[in-house]
Every structure is written in C-alpha cells, then in structure tokens.
Design a protein around this ligand. Sequence first.
Ligand code: FES
Length: 152
Amino acid sequence: MEYVRVADKSELPTNKMIIVVVGGKEVLLANVEGSYYAIANTCTHAGGSLAKGSIDGSIVTCPRHGARFNLMTGKAVREAKIGFIKIKVKDEASYTVKVEGTDILVEYPKKKMMVRSAYIDQIDLCTRIVFKLYVRVGINTAQNRSPSHPAQ
Ligand code: FES
C-alpha cells in the first residue's frame, strides 16, 4: 500500500476537518477524538463539499441537503432531504490513514480499480463493434436471399 503525507497533526485539532488532495482528488481528513479518518470530500448526492458541513462525533453532515456520513467508514447514515422528499445517497469512498511521528499519511488510491475500469470500457467497445458487424452481415445475407436477388 502506498501512502502520501497530507498534513501535520498540528494542522488538525480534535473534532475538526480539512480538505487534502490525494491522487488528484479532494479528500476530507477529520480528527475524531484524536484519531484520524479520511473519506471523499464530494457528497455522493449532488457534489456538496463535506468539509463545509458540520462534524458531530464521527458523523459529518453535508451542508447542502443534510445527508450524513460516518467518517470512520464512509457509510451513508442518513439520506439527503429536499423539502419533504428524502433521497437515498451512496456511501463515500474511505481511505486508510496512518500517523508517523507528527505526519498524517493517507493511502494513495489503488490503480487496480482504474485499470479494471479501462479494461471494462475496452470490452464494452469491442462488444458494440461485434454487434454492429453481426447486424450488417445479417442484413446483407437477408438482401441476398430476397426475391429481387434470386439465388443462382
Ligand atoms: S449535496 Fe450533499 S446532501 Fe445534497
């Protein structure tokens, strides 16, 4: 597992949150009663910045529509609410955090996931090409069998 240093312990007092950047993505780093946790900063509902929300124990509340996430796990613990409509939200990605001396380090996102996604995209593209060829061959074959093109 690869880690990147994101902050010094002195930058993050107890029950506070800051945004750090890991692998080009905004990550919410929180100090919950002296332990550090990291989840994605962008709300899974509509992209609100969780760092602008409020922290209560191990729970962060999104400032936009009130969805709540567990900072220790990234799990959504309350849906978003617009007016009287409640909307389910997905869990946030969570990152492993470790402390070395006064340095706070966050796990670098795994490249495996990105490679897998690119691989799936390639398979999808190949499937579409094969399907188009199959349809085209089928149409040509049907035209060759039609009465206007009698077989010899
Ligand atoms: S953007 Fe976070 S609850 Fe809607």
